[in-house]
Write a protein that binds this ligand. Structure first.
Ligand code: IPE
Ligand code: IPE
Ligand code: MG
Length: 227
């Protein structure tokens, strides 16, 4: 049997809040645990042959959460990216951050651009983090870019102007935390992605859980509308 591997995997890292609540802790405690879980999965995914990994860290709609929680999420993002930059040379992973970064605080913007700049020549593995990202907003952004350049609005034109143009469409989208929805994640490029939902909450999602998703993917039959 053909051994099918997803080249690009997207993960909706959901369930931090409920993980903390179940332990009688504040939601922020869950975000810290969730953030601590990221590197393990990134390392594992690349070791399994995944080329690009897109992680949904903060949606355009997540600003509507209590300020305290938003502040903690922004603080954790800063810590994560700073740590990432320190390990850059060793890891040789290209960092990309997609979303409307213009409204992030200046320090976070600076850390992100430094991380992207320092790693832009690494090509084997791409870690793409979605921050202040919304799939609808991304489509609008892509269409506006076409219009600004007097280009026709076509399916290919939009694809080429999505943030992810250089890594292509996700073959597999995993959502942890039990909700059966996409929550504005990669709406355009996910048109033919295989979807995998698990009840496991993000802080508990480990290498074994990742492998289960990979196995399930290898059993899927992708038809793209054909027979
Ligand atoms: C995912 O966990 C992290 C973000 C959305 C930033 P949640 O915070 O949504 O956790 P639940 O879904 O409330 O458990
Ligand atoms: C999606 O999770 C966003 C991220 C994981 C960053 P949410 O928790 O925000 O999604 P909903 O509100 O359950 O749809
Ligand atoms: Mg959630």
């Amino acid at each position: 049997m053909e051994n099918k591997l997803p080249s690009h995997v997207g993960i909706i890292m959901d369930g931090n809040g409920r993980w903390a609540t179940a332990r009688g802790k504040e939601r922020s405690y869950g975000h810290r645990a969730g953030s601590d879980n990221v590197d393990k999965i990134v390392t594992h995914a690349f070791s399994r042959g995944v080329k690009a990994l897109t992680l949904y860290a903060f949606s355009s709609e997540n600003w509507a959460r209590p300020k305290k929680e938003v502040d903690e999420l922004m603080r954790l993002l800063k810590i994560y990216f700073k740590k990432f930059i320190k390990k850059v040379v060793k890891n040789k992973v290209r960092l990309f951050v997609m979303g409307d970064l213009s409204v992030l605080d200046a320090e976070l913007q600076k850390i992100i651009s430094e991380g992207m700049e320092k790693t832009k020549d690494y090509g084997d593995n791409v870690l793409n983090i979605a921050v202040n990202y919304g799939g609808r907003q991304e489509i609008v952004h892509a269409v506006n870019r076409l219009l600004e350049n007097n280009l026709p609005v076509t399916v290919e034109g939009i694809s080429k102007n999505l943030y992810t143009a250089f890594i292509g469409e996700p073959d597999l989208i995993i959502r942890t935390g039990g909700e059966l929805r996409i929550s504005n994640f990669m709406l355009y490029q996910g048109a033919y992605s295989e979807l995998y939902f698990t009840d496991v909450l993000w802080p508990d999602f480990d290498e074994k859980q990742f492998d289960l998703a990979m196995e399930e993917f290898s059993r899927r039959n992708r038809r793209y509308g054909k027979v």
